[in-house]
Write a new protein. Structure first.
Length: 268
């Protein structure tokens, strides 16, 4: 999740009457990231790391991804799940996801009123989305409604303590309310869910080495380039492009120091 700056474009897949597929630009809003863009690779791999860790909860399941964005995460889940419903509010984004990932059942809808029947899914995945919502409590109530008993809600979100350190309001202008670990846990239990896992995503050894190489934080180095509208230094761009999902760790240790929070909650 890039911190709200202008950047590259999303992809929009179209085809002509002969069935030839082309890729057209879809404006980047600052709210989502996509694969295949070198300057976005750090953020994409950071998100991908969470999907790869959490997909074990989706094996053989009927899954709703609430806020699917470009669709790459829902497509990853679809390799393991019985069925994936990918929902997004933005019409153009939903149309892109449907064309780019035909294995998904893509639905345009509002997360405040999920267009699914009660007790109709085994898993709700909500990765890097809840921080954008005005009514987080109402959304979680909807997740509880559509989950079957024993079903799981998977949530990731930036850790307020590190993502907007020292601020009363989110650094990212697209975020409405960021959460610390205890605040996220309270929201989940308040929705009638039982927290099964509360963990944090952080840099592994390779990324910690890059932090040291780029003045203490490879994140800050990227932000400085984009905010100041400077050309990317070749060594920084090469480092960002080389980041892998395996370079991130997810652990229950020292949650307040994590970059993103990772939670799994069960509907009793």
């Amino acid at each position: 999740m890039t911190p709200g700056w202008p950047g590259p474009c999303y992809r929009r897949v179209t085809s002509d009457y002969a069935g030839r597929v082309t890729v057209e630009p879809l404006p980047l809003t600052g709210e989502r990231t996509v694969p295949g863009i070198p300057a976005e690779n750090y953020w994409f791999r950071r998100h991908e790391a969470a999907y790869l860790d959490l997909v074990r909860h989706c094996t053989g399941a009927v899954v709703l991804e609430a806020g699917c964005g470009e669709g790459y995460g829902a497509a990853l889940i679809a390799r393991h799940a019985a069925r994936v419903v990918a929902l997004d509010y933005d019409l153009q984004t939903a149309a892109h996801a449907a064309r780019a990932y035909p294995e998904l059942a893509v639905v345009r809808g509002n997360l405040a009123a999920l267009p699914l029947a009660a007790e109709s899914v085994d898993v709700v995945a909500n990765l890097q989305v809840i921080e954008h919502l005005w009514d987080q409590e109402g959304f979680l109530a909807e997740c509880t409604r559509v989950l079957r008993p024993g079903g799981r809600l998977i949530v990731t979100t930036p850790n307020r303590i590190t993502f907007s350190a020292g601020r009363d309001t989110p650094l990212n202008p697209f975020h409405t309310r960021e959460l610390a670990a205890g605040e996220l846990a309270d929201l989940l239990t308040g929705a009638g869910l039982v927290v099964e896992l509360l963990a944090g995503l952080r840099h592994g050894p390779a990324l910690r080495a890059l932090d040291a190489r780029f003045g203490g934080s490879i994140i800050d180095a990227q932000v400085a380039v984009v905010v100041d509208d400077n050309p990317w230094p070749a060594d920084l761009l090469a480092a960002v492009e080389g980041v892998r999902s395996a370079d991130f760790e997810i652990t229950t240790d020292d949650l307040d120091a994590s970059l993103d929070l990772v939670a799994v909650a069960v509907r009793p």
